[in-house]
Design a protein around this ligand. Sequence first.
Ligand SMILES: C[S@@+](CC[C@H](N)C(=O)[O-])C[C@H]1O[C@@H](n2cnc3c(N)ncnc32)[C@H](O)[C@@H]1O
Length: 209
Amino acid sequence: MKKATENQQDVNDYINKMWGDPIIVLEQVFFPYLDLMKGSTIVCEIGVGTGRWSREIIKRMNFDNETKLILVDHSSWVIDFLKNYFREEQRIFPLLNNGNNLPISTDGSVDLIFSDGTFIELKLGQILSLIKEIHRALKPGGIFTFDFIDIDTEEAWRHLHTYCDQFGHCFTYHSADTMIRLFSEVGFSLKNRVQIPKSKSVYLVFEKK
Ligand SMILES: C[S@@+](CC[C@H](N)C(=O)[O-])C[C@H]1O[C@@H](n2cnc3c(N)ncnc32)[C@H](O)[C@@H]1O
């Protein structure tokens, strides 16, 4: 943030230069489902950071008055940042959660939920709590796309060895079987699995039954 400000650059342009353009990933794992939506659409993003995914998602959403992008994060600093960053955008609603819940009061109201770079840090208990909330918030047939680090991939092992000293306290590594079991026990079916080349991330796409 400080470096972006010093360079008078938008913080998300700055981060994208380091981490890559979110559109390349969104085109593979999220936009195909978003593009199928017709009329008013409600999308939620969990673990938003500075909003570099949100700003691409909102551009792709239709302009119906009822269309909403709900941004959920457990950091009040992030929520305040997002309220200011997206102050001109009437369809974006940043909301604080407690880490385990979704602050969405109407069950079955959300069409699609997206998360990037957040489940890669979560333990299984927290993941299960969020899956139950995602299931509650989504419409039947609704879609949830997220990334995790699949310990059965070479990319995950490379990541573990590279970052254990510096970030060992931060990242979590799970198997795809564990993820699929958690989601299916709550009421989801797996629709797609995408490994991004040279990336630690595997994206899973689940549909609420
Ligand atoms: C590594 S950052 C990724 C931010 C953004 N998705 C990106 O890729 O630039 C993780 C974000 O998730 C948020 N976060 C972590 N755990 C969370 C949870 N259980 N519920 C909501 N937000 C969470 C953090 O506050 C942070 O904004």
